[in-house]
Design a protein around this ligand. Structure first.
Ligand code: UDP
Ligand code: MG
Length: 322
């Protein structure tokens, strides 16, 4: 086999003080076992990205780094930029330092034991290895239902994502450097990474329950995430509006002819209810369509401004005292 390469594990953290010590212990064990197996090089490490947490998360990360500077690094973002941006900040910061990087959640829901398999797949020549959950036994019915509908809806709306894959994935430094070329502000990494191409494969794992703390993804955030995923990758909803418009036009043409015929026959007392219904229906439909167009206009607006996607306030790495 080739000489072992440097693996960086990137962990976005938002208010994760409860789970962070457990995560750090688990990852310490994992990295050292990978090193003894000769799967990764001695420079391999864990990089925690603090996404503007309001609790003690950054203190814990700094402490971990102080105690074990060769194992734990920390990136402190200047404010909360959101999960996707935190992951991107980690990747962009380490891309010159590592040979491959794995991104995973801080709550240990992503199975740490799948990491071995991912690294092995990397040596087999895969530039991207997707962690795909094989079961959702531990999720509540509601979470499972909404999450699975999410993938189906995304597909129907024209965004191709790897089914049941979240942001647990391995990427080679090569792929991360290509990802840097994708300058969009509205980030949806799950849609973006497959676009980069290169040889890839899936590794299956069972997603666990959160080790500690609460989910930072309530329903509202999840919905806006889905909308972002669709409107950033597909113009199918716009085409759908055109189709609906055409359909409505045909119907109104028929209704017009009908109204005309009734008028000529002499029974011109047309119903109040049908008028009311159509006003509400057409009005609602128009608002919906305007809203969808608005989503795209808003997206263009934020892309055009081209603001930075994250700001690193501090990077604690190795034993350099900055
Ligand atoms: N996260 C983040 N910034 C945010 C929200 C979440 O960095 O604004 C991190 C969080 O710390 C965790 C990961 O994103 O490591 C996934 O979040 P969570 O576990 O709350 O989501 P869920 O698994 O419930 O979908
Ligand atoms: Mg989670």
């Amino acid at each position: 086999m080739q000489s072992p390469k440097a693996l960086y594990i990137i962990v976005p953290c938002y208010c994760e003080e409860e789970v962070l010590p457990i995560t750090a212990d688990t990852l310490r064990e994992k990295i050292s076992s990978l090193k003894t197996q000769g799967l990764v090089s001695g420079e391999s490490r864990v990089v925690f990205v603090n996404d503007g947490s309001s609790d003690r998360t950054w203190e814990i990360i700094s402490q971990l780094h102080q105690n074990e500077p060769e194992l734990f690094s920390g990136i402190d973002l200047s404010r909360n930029f959101g999960h996707q941006n935190a992951v991107l900040a980690g990747l962009m910061t380490v891309r010159e330092l590592c040979d491959m990087a794995i991104t995973m959640d801080a709550d240990l829901q992503d199975d740490v034991d799948a990491v071995d398999e991912m690294v092995k797949r990397f040596y087999e020549g895969n530039q991207v290895v997707y962690g795909v959950r094989s079961a959702r036994k531990t999720d509540t019915f509601f979470k499972r239902f909404t999450a699975e509908s999410f993938y189906k809806f995304m597909k129907a709306m024209g965004t191709d994502v790897v089914y049941n894959h979240a942001d647990f994935r391995l990427m080679s430094a090569r792929v991360i450097n290509e990802l840097a070329q994708y300058q969009e502000v509205n980030l949806f990494l799950r849609g973006l990474v497959p676009l980069i191409g290169f040889k890839s494969c899936n590794v299956y794992y069972e997603r666990k329950t959160r080790a500690a703390g609460e989910s930072k993804y309530p329903l509202g955030k999840m919905l806006s995430f889905a909308v972002n995923g669709i409107t950033s990758f597909s113009t199918k909803p716009l085409k759908l509006i055109t189709s609906i418009g055409f359909f409505m036009f045909i119907i109104s043409l028929a209704a017009f002819i009908w109204a005309f015929v009734v008028k000529i026959i002499g029974h011109s007392e047309l119903g109040w209810s049908s008028t009311m219904c159509s006003i509400w229906l057409i009005g609602g439909l128009q608002l919906l369509c305007l809203g969808i167009i608005g989503e795209y206009v808003g997206k263009i607006y934020s892309e055009v401004k081209h603001r930075p996607r994250f700001t690193v306030a501090e990077f604690l790495n190795k034993s350099d005292d900055k």
